[in-house]
Design a protein. Sequence first.
Length: 302
Amino acid sequence: MIKYSQQARELLEYTNQLIDKGYRKKDIAALLETPAPVFSSLFKTILPILAEISPEDSNPDEKIQFAFSQVNNMSSSKTLQFLEGYVTKLEMAVNKNLIQQDQDYFSLVKSQARNSYDFIKKYYEGLYELFYVASDHDLVKREPFLIRANPIDKVIEVRKGNKLSSLHYKGIAFLSAHHTLTCQIAEVNDTPQEHIMMHLSIPFIRKAEFLRGIILALNYACQPLARKVIIKKVTGNWEDFNYDEIESIHYQPEESEEIKEIHQYLTTDERVECFSIPSPKFNLLDLVQELKVGEQIKNQKL
């Protein structure tokens, strides 16, 4: 009986290790060639009880019977017979990543974020100013942007301020390619209304003064919008920024040369945007109509 207790502890340990790596329970069940509901009963009910059996127990059989009496979809004799094989399979999976190919998208992103941790922390952790074109054609917004290492979760956190309200934005950063830093950001809220994806081009020279790229979000009409973005590293602490004091930057001739260059870059072919069109026909004629709407809006801004 002690043998079963040891096998139960090993199975729990290996299962938890795989879960920590981002594997789903249904993937582990598939590896063990066991239906997902059966594996769930094994993991949640049977194994914890078996793992508590010790040499000092006067009647271990009674504990085993009690464990299997809590479920109605498992045979005690067959399950105990398979425990050793389960341990072997999960041990191999932990050591050799046998079910790596079955990871879902979120597990892959988490894994990629952890693999990017050391590089981003070394070269790009810090406080930045974020520049992008606002809804008004000639208005360049400046907001605080933080890239910070989280040593507990081994991921890189990103945070963005907001000029229009006290809402904050939070997400993660990872290398999506050798020279691309990708940030996935969402509004910090119980029901986030805004999600942002940002791709920044990493230069060959490390620790560059600024990074440039593309930000993807929604416009005021909740239509997809892509536009240029720049983040420029600054000194100071995230807490030093008061959201109420962060002013959007509107270019004027007397502004600094630096702002002039940023404005010129951001407002030259600055956005790719989907426009809402009246009375859509839901066929390819809508594409022609949308181009006309976009041209009208562009002319109004000019």
